[in-house]
Design a binder for this molecule. Structure first.
Ligand SMILES: [Zn+2]
Length: 508
């Protein structure tokens, strides 16, 4: 077996997958950036987490509050705030979070300031920032941050959340804010507690915009507001004044058994989202180990290099929920005819290649299990729900049996292991979006019917969130699934027929 990697080796390989996109030059720009995050409630914490994974060089954390001790340990009365599976020391958040985030990425320099933006004095903490992210629900804080950004020519990102609704806006000094100025203060969130799920849903989108500023890519910088909301209607619309998003039925969620088919980048973020939802069981399936070039996005591997992904993430799910969600990790390669010991209420397709997606689709159909599939490319993510009688199956959506077989035959014939570039932002959006979509499977009366088609995130389109809708459900659930086994004979035949395809690569 491979010898254990030294910290130095891990750190040297940390950014391999994202440097395929922007090289040392781009990574240096990120390393030289200084990002000020105002507010360490959920919105700020998860934004900091995403930026830590990405490798922004300097992150300044500004918050005047203390850790809140909201997590009661099972079977005891001891309370403590948790960040992922780490216990947050009591006292100032701005003092404890730099240490916790350093565990996620030791190459990042974190500074903490125990203050809220309430006066000119507090603004000192923003000095020298490349970009300011005001992640509070406070009008006062946002107006000071925006005024300071305008005075010093620093772009400002404003984001807030409450249960079931989150919003993001941005400005830079070149832009005349006009009427948007007051909208950026986000008064409708004032006084509300932030929501971890909504914060998770937005943190990848926020990190992407920070990246654009750090890279100097202002022509793609956010112009239109981004919204995400739960409830029965359109996911990317306004929350009406006085409208309250219903709460899920906790007892129902606690009875559910879910399976993650794949726990790479999407599954890591999915696991964090699931840890806030109170599911009874979330099992994990993967055959792989964490490697040093995974940690730029698979951040629960911060202490898991060379460990099995399935077992490590299962242990993290239990730890993040203080044992309230059970989890077993199955170290298994998904092959044709894949079966599971448990009958799941829902499974997630969190893999990164089309052949395994095809196998996951066949598993879901042959066992009658609803499936939510997610995929991410460096500048986009998509997630789609497949449920009998309600939506079309993954094969109808993306011809996954044929495309998967083709991709697998090319892979086996060419023996080429071509690593693909991958970043934390789109994986966060795709993994979290998929897990939140589970609410529509189990409580459609509160959260709307599962969307028939794809829900999408596009980092470079002027509208960041979008949809691609299908009409009608398919009847594949009542039919047998095709045989997806591939023999050497199949591969030889395929190669003889399609020699040109061996030159190509490409996957999702
Ligand atoms: Zn179908």
């Amino acid at each position: 077996m491979t010898e254990e990697k030294t910290t130095e080796m891990i750190e040297a390989e940390r950014y391999l997958r994202q440097k395929m996109l922007w090289g040392d030059e781009g990574q240096n720009k990120l390393a030289n950036a200084r990002v000020a995050i105002v507010g360490l409630d959920w919105q700020g914490k998860y934004t900091a987490l995403c930026l830590a994974a990405l490798g922004v060089g300097n992150v300044v954390l500004i918050d005047g509050s203390d850790a809140d001790g909201s997590n009661v340990r099972k079977g005891t009365t001891a309370k403590s705030e948790l960040f992922l599976d780490m216990v947050v020391k009591s006292g100032s958040r701005a003092k404890s979070y730099p240490e916790l985030l350093k565990v996620i990425n030791q190459q990042v320099n974190f500074e903490g300031y125990t203050t809220n933006l309430e006066s000119r004095m507090d603004l000192m903490a923003l000095e020298g920032a490349t970009v300011i992210v005001d992640a509070t629900n406070s009008i006062k804080s946002k107006s000071l941050a925006i005024a300071y950004g305008r005075e010093k020519g620093i772009p400002v990102i404003s984001t807030s959340s409450k249960w079931g609704y989150t919003k993001l806006m941005a400005t830079d000094h070149n832009r005349d804010l006009g009427a948007q100025n007051t909208e950026m203060l986000m008064p409708m969130f004032e006084g509300y507690k932030q929501d971890p799920l909504m914060a998770l849903m937005m943190c990848g989108v926020i990190a992407e915009e920070v990246k654009k500023v750090a890279m100097g890519n202002f022509d793609k910088f956010l112009e239109k507001p981004v919204r995400y909301k739960l409830g029965p209607g359109y996911r990317y619309g306004f929350l009406e004044k006085g409208e309250d998003v219903p709460l899920p039925d906790k007892a129902l969620l606690a009875r559910l058994k879910l399976g993650f088919l794949g726990v790479g980048a999407l599954g890591n973020w999915g696991a964090i989202a699931a840890s806030h939802m109170g599911f009874g069981r979330v099992d994990t399936f993967d055959y792989d180990k964490f490697e040093s070039h995974n940690v730029n996005r698979q951040l629960l591997a911060y202490d898991g290099i060379d460990k099995l992904k399935s077992e490590h993430i299962a242990a993290k799910i239990v730890a993040m929920t203080l044992g309230r969600t059970r989890s077993t990790g199955y170290n298994e390669l998904i092959l044709p005819g894949f079966e599971t010991k448990e009958k799941y209420d829902l499974v997630f397709d969190f893999v990164d290649n089309r052949y395994t997606r095809a196998l996951n689709c066949a598993y879901a159909i042959s066992t009658g299990t609803p499936l939510i599939s997610s995929g991410a490319l460096p500048d986009s993510a998509r997630w789609d729900t497949h449920q009998e009688g309600k939506t079309q199956c993954m094969n109808h959506l993306m011809d996954i049996y044929k495309e998967g077989m083709k991709e697998e035959m090319i892979r086996r014939a060419s023996c080429a292991a071509n690593p693909n570039p991958s970043v934390v932002m789109s994986n966060a959006v795709g993994g979290v979006g998929a897990v939140i979509a589970a609410l529509s499977v189990f409580e459609p009366e509160k959260f709307g019917e599962p969307f028939n088609g794809q829900l999408m995130y596009r980092a470079d389109l002027s509208t960041r969130f979008g949809t691609s809708e299908l009409v009608g459900a398919c009847d594949c659930y009542s039919k047998p699934v095709p045989d997806l086994r591939i023999s050497q004979k199949d591969i030889d035949k395929f190669v003889a027929k399609n020699p040109q395809l061996l030159q190509q690569t490409g996957t999702e």
